[in-house]
Ligand binder design. Structure first.
Ligand SMILES: *[C@@H]1O[C@H](CO)[C@@H](O)[C@H](O)[C@H]1NC(C)=O
Ligand SMILES: *[C@@H]1O[C@H](CO)[C@@H](O)[C@H](O)[C@H]1NC(C)=O
Length: 491
């Protein structure tokens, strides 16, 4: 099909010419869009054109092929926005391999890298912003090679074999914001290890290493640090002053260490702390003054998977901003009536699952005025009367009581009413799991969504309770009344 050429007036031609000229000029200024070399010039590497430059991937190959590809790209004035070398055999990164290449993100992953020669990264310092050396065989931080990377923002050395962070290991990385050293063998950190990172470093991950104490001296210079991750180490104790100097810390992860006690004032200098993760230790005691100093900002506290026998209320009382509290998988058997007094008001998420809780006193949840999610699954509760749940029924949107030996008695009728009201608010918030109760008389399990009210024998007990409780809801009363009307038929 022949398309008709539009007729062009002289003015139009002039406009087109100007536009074309403009395009030529801007290409001249910004540089021609990068083009990939022909496939066979760089194979087995694969090249793609991305918005900001080329994306080059070389996998399952060796230095000779990689060097050949680098040689082809040299002198082409291209930006290598991503250079990804993965699953190669590259034990040594030789001097000047990347000479005259403009690389922005460099990954050398799972490539047996053990030696990074001093001059191997020279010349990429002007543009490199991300360097990923993860899953290799590095035993030391290759400081001499790194020290010219003044633009580097992110350095990832996860999954290597580094045992010691020596003094000034990261000197020269003036812009570094994120440093991750997860799963190495670090047991020793020189007190000057992080020298040079004071002003910019925001995140530090030292998880999965062999530390047996907090490396206070080295850390204390990191005044801009926002997130410190120390999980999966062998830290046996923390002490007052361990985190001094970290006045900007927002999140601290100490999960899965060997802590037994959270002592007084352990975090006292962390006045900006918002999130504290202490799960998976063997913590059996939390000092009443453990959280002194962090009252104003702490919102997330995880103490799950420890060895607590009661809710550490005395320590928690001052945390009046707390929103999420996780106490799951402990050995809590008894919850005191005043367990949440003083700090419960702002809690929206409370996780008490997998404990040994047998009963909940009537007023336990009385001041949990913001509670939206309550996890009580896998405890030993055989009762969950309305007087316990009534204070949170208006705000609660999610309740999990699966895995408890609950009995189907008339005092559970609030549950039906609560579900009904929830459905009215929002169809999506329907309970996904099926909580069950047992009708002892029949030795039969029922889904709490549809309690067998007609067989629950509600009359006497329930009416008594209703008349003595002024808080009961009208709808609930109606429901119970309906049940009591049907029950006599069974006698
Ligand atoms: C690491 O690279 C080797 C090839 O050098 C490959 O066989 C292995 O599957 C890779 N491992 C992972 C975890 O990707
Ligand atoms: C805590 O509970 C776990 C599992 O529920 C149990 O194995 C452990 O013996 C308990 N520890 C104590 C000190 O009661």
């Amino acid at each position: 099909m022949a398309r008709q050429q539009p007729r062009r007036s002289p003015e139009r031609v002039a406009v087109w010419l100007l536009l074309a000229l403009g395009l030529c000029l801007s290409v001249g200024v910004l540089g021609a869009p990068s083009q990939c070399p022909a496939y066979n010039e760089i194979s087995p590497c694969i090249c793609n054109v991305k918005k900001n430059g080329l994306d080059l991937l070389c996998e399952f190959t060796d230095l000779s092929h990689i060097s050949r590809a680098m040689g082809v790209l040299k002198g082409r004035q291209v930006v290598l926005y991503y250079l990804k070398l993965r699953h190669n055999n590259l034990p040594k990164l030789q001097g000047f391999v990347f000479l005259s290449l403009d690389i922005r993100h460099l990954t050398i992953h799972n490539s047996s890298l053990a030696v990074v020669e001093e001059t191997s990264l020279s010349s990429v310092g002007k543009g490199l912003t991300q360097l990923d050396f993860s899953q290799n065989s590095l035993q030391l931080v290759p400081t001499p090679a790194l020290k010219l990377l003044h633009k580097l923002l992110i350095l990832n050395m996860n999954h290597n074999r580094i045992g010691t962070l020596h003094g000034r290991a990261f000197e020269g990385l003036d812009a570094l914001e994120i440093l991750t050293l997860y799963e190495n063998r670090i047991s020793n950190i020189d007190q000057d290890a992080f020298k040079g990172l004071e002003k910019k470093l925001r995140r530090l991950n030292l998880g999965g290493n062999d530390l047996n104490s907090v490396p206070t001296a080295a850390l204390s210079v990191l005044e801009n640090l926002h997130k410190l991750e120390l999980p999966e180490n062998k830290i046996t104790e923390i002490n007052e002053g361990d985190f001094e100097g970290l006045g900007n810390l927002d999140s601290l992860v100490l999960a899965h260490n060997h802590l037994r006690v959270v002592p007084a004032r352990a975090f006292a200098t962390l006045t900006r702390l918002n999130s504290l993760e202490l799960e998976g230790n063997g913590i059996s005691r939390v000092d009443a003054d453990a959280f002194v100093g962090i009252e104003e900002n702490l919102q997330y506290l995880r103490l799950g998977d420890n060895n607590l026998h009661e809710i550490p209320s005395d320590a928690l009382r001052s945390l009046h901003r707390l929103r999420q509290l996780d106490l799951s998988s402990n050995n809590i058997t008894v919850v005191a009536e005043d367990a949440f007094v003083g700090f419960g008001d702002s809690i929206t998420f409370l996780n008490l699952q997998k404990n040994d809780i047998k009963t909940l006193p009537a007023l336990t949840f009385e001041n949990l005025n913001s509670l939206e999610q309550l996890n009580l699954q896998y405890n030993k509760l055989d009762r969950l009367p309305e007087e316990v749940m009534e204070p949170v029924m208006d705000t609660l949107r999610n309740l999990d009581v699966t895995g408890n030996p609950l009995e189907c008695t008339c005092e559970l009728t609030w549950y039906t009413e609560w579900l009904r009201r929830l459905r009215g608010k929002d169809d999506e918030i329907m309970q996904k799991k099926n909580s069950m109760c047992v009708l002892t008389r029949e030795r039969h399990e029922y889904n709490m969504k549809s309690l067998p009210l007609d067989r629950m024998n509600c009359v006497g007990k329930n009416l008594e309770r209703l008349s003595s409780s002024s808080k009961s809801l009208g709808a609930l009363a109606t429901l119970t009344w309906a049940a009591s009307m049907t029950c006599p038929l069974l006698f």
